[in-house]
Structures are given as C-alpha cells and as structure tokens.
Design a protein. Structure first.
Length: 215
C-alpha cells in the first residue's frame, strides 16, 4: 500500500506514539490503525494532529463515558485513522512483544517536531519551592529500564541531564538549566493552544504559582 503521509506527519506520529497514542487492530482487519484520545479542552491540538493525517483520518469523534468507580462522566475526543500497512509496520517496531516499549533506535528517530509532540502529549511545567521553573514528562507507562534508556538518550544526543522521579510511576525531571535546553529545541513547534505548558519558560519573571498542568 502506498503511504500518503508526509515526512512531517511521520515525525508527529513518532512523537505521539512515545506519548499518548497507540496502534491497534480491529477485529477481522488485516492492518492496524493509529488512535489517540484527548480532552475536549485540547480540541485545537487534536485538530493540529489531524491536519497531518488527513489522507488517512476518519475524523475526530466526541464521546461521553461513565466511570463506574468514580461515578462520574468523562467526555473525550478520539482521532482515528483508517487501517494501513504503515501502521502495521509501526506496530511491529513499537510493540515487538505485544506491549509498547522504548528502544534507543526509535528514540534516535525523534526530530524536534517529534519531541515537541511528545511534550505536548505528556509534558508539564511548574515552580519548585525556590521559585525556579522545572519541567516534567510523564513516563509512568514505561518500566524503569525504559526510563533509563530515555535518560541516556537525552544526555548523549542533546547534553540534557535529567532525573527519574516517582518510583512506581516514573516521570522525567528536568531542572531549570536542562529544561531550558529542551525548551529551545521544541519551542518553535509548540502550537499556541499548548503554550501554557511552557508558561514558566516563556515569561521573564514567573512569580505566580499554580497547580501542575493536566497532561
């Protein structure tokens, strides 16, 4: 099957697959499809992703689900593509044993656009007790060994030193100097509606504290 996606679309896909997205197979289908869900508050971000996938997108759907344990309704936006051989190939390299894992050779394929997409999916910024900005990327879906691979990747490819916080639910921690290095790489690709995630690094003197961003 001919792949109609552009180079930039593939870069976005890689970043999103390290983040919230997945590649799945419908019952009876030969090939896989790409799918991701976001909050309605991130509608513009979802539309930005769909703009890359137009040749294969089936559209953005909104649905409301009832969480039985929390006794609460949640509304989500879902972007899905058609089934295609390209996503079948992505499934093989991102899920070699049936579960998504981190591999260094995949990290090495990340471009600044891909890194920015990963950050927009799972990144957040905040202020520590000394009023210094800091940055996090949630990686709680990956085991510690995968997080160690990510840490080596940032150090060896960008000279960015990070720590792994969280124990059972890890996330990557970037202190102010190292966060600034990452911000300089990804800032040109952060779309306006997601710039709130960089607010402490886009302001000269951030003084107002607030809760962490909703990833």
């Amino acid at each position: 099957m001919v792949n109609p996606l552009t180079k930039e679309a593939k870069e976005m896909l890689f970043g999103s697959l390290f983040g919230d997205a997945g590649v799945y197979k419908s019952t009876g289908s030969r090939h896989y499809h790409f799918m991701i869900c976001h909050s309605p508050k991130q509608k513009e971000y979802m539309e930005w992703k769909e703009s890359f996938l137009k040749p294969l997108s089936t559209g953005i759907k909104q649905a409301t689900h009832f969480h039985r344990i929390r006794q609460k309704e949640y509304t989500t936006l879902t972007l899905r593509t058609t089934n295609h051989s390209y996503f079948t190939r992505l499934r093989k390299i991102f899920y070699p044993y049936g579960k998504k894992i981190i591999r260094r050779k995949l990290l090495n394929k990340l471009t600044p656009l891909g890194l920015a997409t990963w950050f927009m999916d799972d990144g957040t910024t905040g202020i520590n007790n000394r009023n210094y900005p800091q940055l996090f990327i949630s990686t709680c879906s990956y085991p510690m060994v995968d997080n160690q691979i990510i840490r080596s990747y940032f150090l060896e490819n960008y000279g960015i030193e990070i720590k792994i916080h969280g124990g059972k639910y890890p996330r990557l921690y970037f202190n102010k100097p190292n966060a600034k290095k990452l911000v300089e790489i990804i800032k040109p690709y952060i779309i306006p509606s997601m710039q709130y995630k960089l607010r402490y690094f886009l302001q000269t003197n951030p003084t107002e504290k607030s809760g962490e961003d909703i990833v």
